[in-house]
Design a protein around this ligand. Structure first.
Ligand code: C2E
Ligand code: MG
Ligand code: MG
Ligand code: MG
Length: 282
């Protein structure tokens, strides 16, 4: 009986593992073709400056529409792309597409905004030379570097090599922000030496506003630190008026979240840029 059970358990475990791996292999293989087959799209999410109500920036968020499965979340496919070495070409496509899009909107006479692009740790590989690639993309698209912001996470910020790359780009006026601030294992000391312009309060903290005093305390500490370090600070994942009021009252500079706009395809983002009325929105 026990032997039988053990056998079954083993078999089920094995099958689960197998199908898991098959699924991953399938995604991995389709990812290889996704760029060539133009299955990727970028959605854009507005970042709103609280003091003026204007749209200060747009975050570029990658979307993958798989021909058979349909839309797959970046939370699922980005780790697989990173594992299989595909995040460098995909990340470069995102950078080029987002910069070209932002330049096109500026040329069309829309109010100029910063475009924020998420970076993967893989893009800092020394063999790739991120600084050179970013400069090439800016030259090729004609986007003013001051309208490009690179979003990195704390773990990427801690490596000296990466810091040097960012230092160089910042010398050209490219902005740098720390995404998901406070959620990674890291020391705050990197903030002293890294050329950082902005920190992004993670959604997990914003979520606790009004119901979790510890989250509120952490946010207040972040806001105070940003103020004294003269960094711009933005809250991510703002969904409720209560969250917005708390952030406004405590002098947070910008907000990003479903309360105002979710991420939208390029044509919709263009329309939002053209029709957003600062004062009326907040
Ligand atoms: P992130 O950079 O922290 O992006 C913010 C995420 O929060 C996005 O999820 C966005 O859709 C979501 N979000 C925005 N406002 C709200 C809100 O009010 N409520 C809730 N519940 N969620 C909100 P998304 O688009 O699924 O992206 C997930 C993550 O995937 C991103 O987190 C980023 O780390 C990564 N990612 C997305 N695009 C790229 C890319 O082009 N390159 C790299 N390396 N990573 C990317
Ligand atoms: Mg981000
Ligand atoms: Mg992130
Ligand atoms: Mg984030």
């Amino acid at each position: 009986q026990a032997k039988e059970e053990g056998k079954n358990t083993y078999r089920i475990y094995d099958e689960t593992l197998g199908s898991d791996m098959q699924q991953k292999m399938y995604i991995k293989n389709s990812l290889r073709r996704a760029l060539d087959h133009q299955e990727f799209e970028i959605y854009y999410q507005p970042q709103i400056e609280i003091a003026t109500g204007r749209i200060a920036g747009l975050e570029a968020l990658l979307r993958w529409n798989h021909p058979k499965i349909g839309p797959i979340s970046p939370a699922i496919f980005i780790p697989i792309a990173e594992e299989s070495g595909l995040m460098v070409p995909i990340g470069e496509w995102v950078l080029r597409t987002a910069c070209a899009q932002n330049k096109a909107w500026q040329d069309a006479g829309l109010p100029p905004v910063t475009i924020a692009v998420n970076l993967s740790a893989r893009q800092f590989s020394p063999r790739y030379d991120l600084a050179l690639q970013v400069k090439a993309i800016l030259a090729e698209t004609g986007l003013d570097p001051a309208y490009l912001e690179l979003e990195i996470t704390e773990n990427m910020a801690m490596h000296d090599n990466n810091a040097a790359v960012l230092q160089e780009l910042r010398g050209d006026n490219v902005r740098v922000s720390i995404d998901d601030f406070g959620t990674h294992y890291s020391s705050l000391s990197y903030l002293k030496r890294l050329p950082v312009d902005k920190i992004k309060i993670d959604r997990s903290f914003v979520n606790g506003i009004g119901n979790e005093p510890k989250d509120e305390a952490i946010i207040l500490a972040m806001l105070l630190m940003a103020k004294h370090m003269e960094l711009t600070i933005i809250a991510e994942g703002v969904e409720t008026n209560e969250q917005f009021s708390f952030l406004q009252k405590n002098d947070c500079h910008e907000i990003q979240g479903y309360l105002y706009y979710p991420p939208r395809p390029a044509e919709v983002a263009k329309h939002i840029l053209g029709s957003h009325h600062s004062a009326a929105q907040l």
